[in-house]
Ligand binder design. Structure first.
Ligand SMILES: C[S@@+](CC[C@H](N)C(=O)[O-])C[C@H]1O[C@@H](n2cnc3c(N)ncnc32)[C@H](O)[C@@H]1O
Length: 207
């Protein structure tokens, strides 16, 4: 996957558009993801504007993102510019890694999974939340039509067609999470579908 979205172009209205496109459900999905975290330290991977801030206030959080403009709106104290394929941390640094709505933007997910494994402590959790396509073909078709219309419309009215077109296309970059996320190194993997037609998934891995 060689394309990527330029989040710098949409950082000012990212949160608003995210809430509109998910009818506000993004907050409850992030909350459910945070409920799976163990006590201790957290790497918020692809933290962006820090949309998980209210769920993570009582944790020791390090926010990492490659986009400095997204990070400039982020309220976490510890902020680091970096990407998931090359994490600038020692082995066994975190009790948890949280990653919300980022995975489709990661160009080398195998490398990123290895990197997350490396920086997690033994028994640590990798909590991954993202959007995909519904599993059933007929629902997938409805979802494709709906997301095509909605994301292209938002792209046109915000004058950022290429970014929202990327977000539409990225829903098809990877196979379904039940296939794509099989990872030998992690000791177990639990995947839960959420949202309309099950187009959102929450995956929890343990090191
Ligand atoms: C859709 S936003 C999600 C932000 C936030 N986690 C949330 O829940 O709203 C995706 C973020 O992933 C970041 N990103 C893109 N490629 C990345 C990579 N390879 N590693 C880590 N973050 C990445 C982008 O800069 C952007 O801030």
């Amino acid at each position: 996957m060689n394309e990527s979205a330029n989040f710098s172009n949409i950082h000012k209205f990212y949160d608003l558009v995210n809430s509109l496109t998910t009818l506000g459900f993004d907050k409850s999905w992030r909350r459910q993801a945070a409920e799976n975290l163990s006590p201790g330290s957290i790497l918020d991977l692809g933290s962006g504007t820090g949309a998980s801030y209210s769920d993570l206030k009582n944790f020791n959080v390090t926010a990492l993102d490659p986009d400095e403009k997204m990070l400039s709106l982020n309220k976490f104290d510890k902020k680091i510019v970096g990407k998931s394929e090359e994490l600038p941390f020692e082995e066994n640094s975190f009790d948890n890694v949280l990653c919300c709505f980022v995975w489709r933007n990661v160009s080398d997910t195998e490398k990123a999974l290895d990197e997350v494994y490396r920086v997690l402590r033994q028994g640590g959790k990798f909590v991954l939340l993202d959007m995909t396509r519904p599993a059933k073909n007929i629902l997938k078709l409805f979802h494709k039509i709906g997301t095509f219309a909605l994301l292209h419309f938002i792209g046109l009215i915000t004058l950022n067609l290429s970014e929202y077109r990327f977000l539409y296309k990225s829903l098809d970059f990877y196979p379904q999470p039940e296939v794509h996320l099989k990872q030998k190194e992690y000791s177990n993997l639990d995947i839960k579908r959420m949202g309309l037609f099950g187009f959102v998934y929450l995956a929890v891995f343990t090191k």
